[in-house]
Design a protein around this ligand. Structure first.
Ligand code: MLT
Length: 197
């Protein structure tokens, strides 16, 4: 298994794992991470798949249609990499990064203690139901997002809840770009959740 390109910023536990959107890299979400989790250790990871030169965490056939075989492989590869990190991990994913975080919750739930998913949709349907009992998940969803249909984000929230996750969903009056209200919402949510991890 070859390693990921990453950037590690020391700080307090839990470590917040930054997973960028299409075309981003390990630096992309550092300031967002510092806003949402001030003082926390940050681990920015770069997706290994290139789409016309743009880093992603897994292949897609076209927008919103994923290469499921690659998605499963990449999900396991990332979960294996994260298993080598010490202490509890909280994913902070945006768009493509939120989708692989959601895929980890569904296929490798032990990899993450909690997750913040901005602009996530249903990445795949797991063969076996994962045990997500009590796992805290915050979702920030844009009501007018042209890339992530609201219906798919709501279906993901429903799936995670069905498997036992403690889901907080914030639907904002926004598109694919983040709104201040959900960033502040995630910050307040993590402030409470981190004490229990
Ligand atoms: C994905 O491919 O994961 C979604 O379409 C979001 C994105 O474009 O990053």
């Amino acid at each position: 298994m070859s390693d990921f390109v990453y950037r590690s910023i020391p700080g307090e536990a839990p470590t917040v794992v930054l997973l960028h959107g299409t075309g981003g890299d390990e630096n992309d979400l550092v300031s967002l991470g510092q806003m949402i989790a001030p003082g926390s250790a940050l681990l920015g990871i770069r997706g290994k798949v290139l789409e016309n030169g743009a880093p992603r965490f897994f292949r897609r056939l076209r927008e919103g249609v994923f290469d499921l075989e690659d998605l499963r492989f990449r999900t396991n590869e990332l979960a294996d990499f994260l298993a080598r990190q010490a202490g509890p991990l909280v994913a902070l994913g945006y768009s493509n990064g939120a989708n692989i975080a959601a895929s980890m919750l569904l296929l490798r739930p032990e990899a993450l203690s909690a997750a913040i998913l901005f602009r996530a949709m249903v990445p795949l349907t797991p063969d076996a139901p994962p045990d997500l009992t009590g796992k805290p998940v915050f979702m920030g969803t844009g009501q007018h997002d042209p890339i992530i249909p609201l219906e798919s984000a709501e279906r993901l929230a429903g799936m995670l809840k069905e498997y036992g996750a403690d889901v907080t969903m914030k639907v904002v009056n926004a598109g694919h770009g983040l709104a201040k209200a959900e960033v502040e919402g995630a910050r307040g949510w993590l402030g409470e959740v981190r004490k229990k991890l």
